[in-house]
Design a protein around this ligand. Sequence first.
Ligand code: ADP
Ligand code: MG
Length: 409
Amino acid sequence: MKFSEFNLHKNVFEGVEAMGFIEPSPVQEQVIPIALEGKDLIACAQTGTGKTAAYLLPLMHHLCTNRSNKIKGLILAPTRELVLQIDQQFQGFAYFTGLESIAIYGGSDSGIWEQQRAAIEQGCNILIASPGRLLSHLNLGYVDLSELEYLILDEGDKMLDMGFVDDINKILTYLPTKRQTLMFSATFPPKIRILANLLLKNPVEISIAVAKMAEGVLQAAYMTFDNQKNKLISHLLANKELDSVIIFSSTKIKVKQLHTELVKAGFAAKAIHSDLDQAERELVMRDFRNRKFPILVATDIVSRGIDVDNIGLVINYDVPHDAEDYVHRIGRTARASSTGVGLTFINETDIPRFARIEKLIKDTIFKAPNPPEIGDGPEYNPHAVRKINRTHSQQKSGKFNNRRRQPRQ
Ligand code: ADP
Ligand code: MG
């Protein structure tokens, strides 16, 4: 689905577009309609699944629909870093709305305290705050939350771990009891009920389980050394009636090289990567959508939110860094209940990463034998390799990082 289907306030939707968000993530797809209806909810989904926008967008929609210069929204988050991160996303989405936020967080710098105080006295629509510092301001009496309508608690599990329950309880005494409350958490330990009972009324519970593959996608993988990959691509694409094919690679250098080779070999292919400006990218995407050429070679900038239906074949030239990206990419095929094929090339270093994908989707993907003229690739043996590559495979990677465009100036 698309963000346009939520019927968000026009100015909020413009912000969504400016941020480069096109398709909602699963948690957004579930949370946004319920939040727009005004219900309380608790949503549990792992880090990086897009929880921030899931609550910011409905909140902003409400605030744009019923304008007021009182503080109507309060977002609580456990740490200064989170408060700033949330505020940053808010600023991005709020670009066209005229809504104002203030970030309230602790720190040793006394200048910050005065700044926060002055900003509060000037007025705003939304406070984004860590509990301890907000309470200090509240105790001094110049923060008026009597007309608050929306309370959001981010990282509920962390709030508990950091012992914020008492602070939150005290903050609640400053808030109207008639309000909408949303709570978000990366995990769902039993003790999270303590917070839920404290804050929420008849909440809808949303829990995003592990990612699921699109039905009807035929998946396979080829074990390939890097120097076998281009030959294999040519082999797979040669002498076929090609409809729409996307080949993803992790780096723009590989995208450019593969694109050049494909064109040299006589394929009608185009490339899309971050060296193209926005207008150029849009043109390539439009032509691809309109089936003016069959093969698109792309860095992962387009893997989420790309608007192309019924792609017959997706090839991962290398294994996506993020297991969930695999699901998103392969999910490009087989839209609208047609069937598609998703192929992944696995070299010797990508094996642990692919093993994680298989774990995520709870499935073992068929390792297709290489065509004889390509020769054998590395052996798929995740357990042997995982030990050696431990630090490598444990590196964290941001989920949708770099996919965000700056708001229009
Ligand atoms: P969480 O709070 O679940 O850990 P965030 O809300 O911080 O996740 O989102 C992680 C990253 O994903 C952010 O950089 C955000 O801008 C980006 N993001 C979230 N939703 C989308 C989307 N629908 N399309 C593209 N990027 C998104
Ligand atoms: Mg978050």
